[in-house]
Design a protein around this ligand. Sequence first.
Ligand SMILES: [Mg+2]
Length: 348
Amino acid sequence: MQIKDLGEFGVIDLLAGIVMSQRSGSGNARSFSFNLTVDNGDDTAAWSIGSQSRPGDDRPVNELFTTDTMVEGVHFTLETTPWQDLGWKSLASNISDVASMGGLPSYALVTLGLPSETEVSHLESLYTGMMEISNEYGLAIVGGDMVRSPVVFITVALTGVMQGRPMVRTGARPGDLIAVTGHLGSSGGGLKLMLEGDSSQSDEADFLRDSHRSPRPEVAVGQTLVEAGITTAMDVSDGLGDDLSKLCRASGVSANIFADRLPMHPFLRSRFPDDCVDLALGGGEDYVLLFTGQPAKVNHVISGLPGGAAVVGEILVGEPGKITLVDAEGAETPAGSRGWDHFRPAKD
Ligand SMILES: [Mg+2]
């Protein structure tokens, strides 16, 4: 059997099963009173680090740890992602995972895979993008590794820190509402423009391309959600359909998404009136947050978010991970497999 036959979930289950059944414990950090709080299967791992709390706030301090890789020809091409954007985005995906737990990004290690013919000026551009987003989000690059590779790849490992309980994927319950903190599909719309060779200048086109090239992870929003008592969240990186499916699978529930409530920017609707719902569900790389909670709680929290959030669906009893899109007339279609599965053949 090959890994493509197992699919992404199957491979993750296989490897997590080996780790969980064969590891001897949660490591040497226990002897320093560190306590693993989020294990395999979430946006980041997390552990509480004992008595580091700030004065006046006795909630435990958690450290977060995540990693993410971008591979040329798989996640990006240098035609639609210039080097500077690649630098920005390689950190953005990791920052978004930290944001989804409610944390602040802190230290990054950067591993580069590079063909030896890579231009030095391109590397400098890559790091211009990395330094821009690092400084905007207050994190420090503190090391890394480099290898020769037939294609460009970038792996970032990022730590984060937070006070309080990290938001996780496992807490969604039937009856909960599902909310999304920003617009969906704008990044996918920008990529679609570029793939169509549309380099026209207009507010609409510039907005969509910028959404794809320089996504801004929602660190402050994540912190606000934790402060407001939200306990279940993740970031939308692969597309709402797939990411909500992962959250529901982790929680053992299913969900409905209401097509007419998907938060889409007017520029996405006007430029892609026929494709905007597909882009919102499966475009990916939006890096907004999705969270769930009891209706009164979610509505209260949304009213306190500076940028607001949209209720897009509800959690149901049902097959874990099953997502159904319900349109304005009540027609139902499956919506959980429109995003990116790493081992599925490429979408056309
Ligand atoms: Mg994530």
